[in-house]
Design a protein around this ligand. Structure first.
Ligand SMILES: Cc1ncc(COP(=O)(O)O)c(C=O)c1O
Length: 394
């Protein structure tokens, strides 16, 4: 039987996934597990979700043929423009879906973690839209390097809580959000921003983001006369934009999958977030997956120039895709990502998010054939990263 890349009935992707949670959260996670598919498959959810994606987010996002970049790399390169969504990234697809699920479950208080601030902004946005209380946990390092997003969250009515444990980034924000959840399990809905966490979160987030690959199928059919590309490329922090990009193609072996993780200063430098290259199987935030850890099993502090990618774990779906060799995973270092961001800006007039710049950095490491149809997801726009880009101006 062909390897399955979607979740199994126990919440696993091969050996990865599951729900390793403290007893106190068992009821909420179980309630969500029993609810999410029924809600997502209901006509009323589909109608509300699709309408908001269309009228509020601005979907479908364009599939743009990048002519000058295609010439440079010798292939037919299309960019899936998630940067053009309302709030500037793919994160809003997921928050729209989960806020509808939270509403259905009668929850009134929303908590979230954020790294780059995009998920925080997307959560604060849907909470404003639905008149819900919103508390966002964010590492203090990220509060400083993504301060524009912090101001946006506040303007949207969210409470932003700076987290000062660890190296004060995404992992630490997630720890704090889980701590809050444990203290208020009944009334709180934890709106996770990526394909991480205990089952059913990775599957739920992947399904909500799968609108990306559904659109790619239609758009390629129109532009290329076939509904599949030869290759898909996306960056991976926790894995949600990549999950959305590949969802409808995971079982289609004609489509190569390339994932770009953050190499930081280099995979062997000690300053990296290249989880799939370096990680060993462990448990992080409720899920069994690859984790960057020391010999005693202590999680190591990750590093990346990009706030959205410096996470020491990875979604269990992606761990399985990598482990089974279905996906090729490349580590893109800070300087390679910055170079790629400047290149996209100069050749196509698009300033990408630093996270997406890692996907672009993969291009120079791949041998293409001129007829290869390649789709690369630009997961977000670079507004939030302008200061970092200017610091590294070449
Ligand atoms: C623009 C953008 N792209 C990518 C990511 C990484 O997250 P994921 O791997 O879940 O897509 C983030 C996270 O904050 C982001 O803001």
């Amino acid at each position: 039987m062909a390897t399955q890349y979607v979740v199994d009935e126990k919440g696993f992707y091969g050996q990865f996934g599951g729900a390793f949670i403290p007893e106190i959260l068992h009821r909420c996670v179980e309630e969500l597990r029993q609810t999410y598919l029924e809600v997502m498959e209901s006509e009323s959810f589909k109608q509300a979700f699709n309408q908001l994606l269309h009228d509020y987010v601005g979907r479908p996002s364009p599939l743009y043929f990048a002519r000058r970049l295609s010439e440079k790399y010798g292939c037919k390169l299309y960019l899936k423009r998630e940067d053009l969504n309302h709030t500037g990234a793919h994160k809003i697809n997921n928050t729209i879906g989960q806020i509808l699920i939270a509403q259905h479950m009668g929850k009134k208080r929303i908590i979230a973690e954020t790294g780059a601030g995009q998920h925080g902004v997307a959560t604060a946005t849907v909470c404003a839209l639905m008149n819900m209380e919103c508390i966002v946990y964010m590492g203090k390092t990220d509060v400083e390097r993504q301060h524009v997003n912090v101001e946006k969250m506040k303007m949207l009515g969210a409470t932003v809580v700076p987290v000062t444990s660890g190296n004060m980034t995404l992992k630490d924000a997630t720890n704090e959000a889980i701590r809050d959840w444990c203290c208020h399990p009944e009334e709180t809905y934890y709106l996770i921003g990526s394909t991480v966490g205990p089952h059913p979160y990775p599957d739920m987030v992947a399904r909500l983001q799968s609108v990306i690959s559904e659109e790619i199928q239609k758009q390629l059919q129109e532009k290329e006369g076939r509904d599949y590309p030869d290759m898909l490329i996306a960056c991976i922090g926790g894995g949600s934009n990549a999950a959305g990009t590949i969802y409808h193609y995971m079982q289609d072996e004609r489509v190569r999958i390339v994932l770009a993780e953050a190499g930081g200063k280099g995979v062997d430098s000690g300053l990296t977030a290249a989880t799939i290259h370096l990680g060993k199987v462990g448990i992080i935030h409720g899920s069994r997956t690859f984790v960057i850890q020391n010999e005693d099993g202590q999680i190591e502090e990750p590093y990346s120039i990009s706030a959205g990618l410096d996470y020491p774990g990875i979604g269990p779906m992606h761990a399985h895709l990598a482990d089974s060799k279905r996906a090729t995973v490349l580590a893109i270092n800070d300087d390679e990502a910055i170079r790629a961001a400047y290149e996209l800006t100069k050749l196509e007039g698009i300033i990408p998010a630093l996270e997406s710049a890692h996907a672009l950095g993969a291009l120079e490491k791949i041998d293409f054939k001129p007829e290869d149809v390649v789709v690369l997801t630009v997961s977000g726009r670079g507004d939030k990263d302008i200061e970092t880009y200017l610091t590294y101006n070449d």
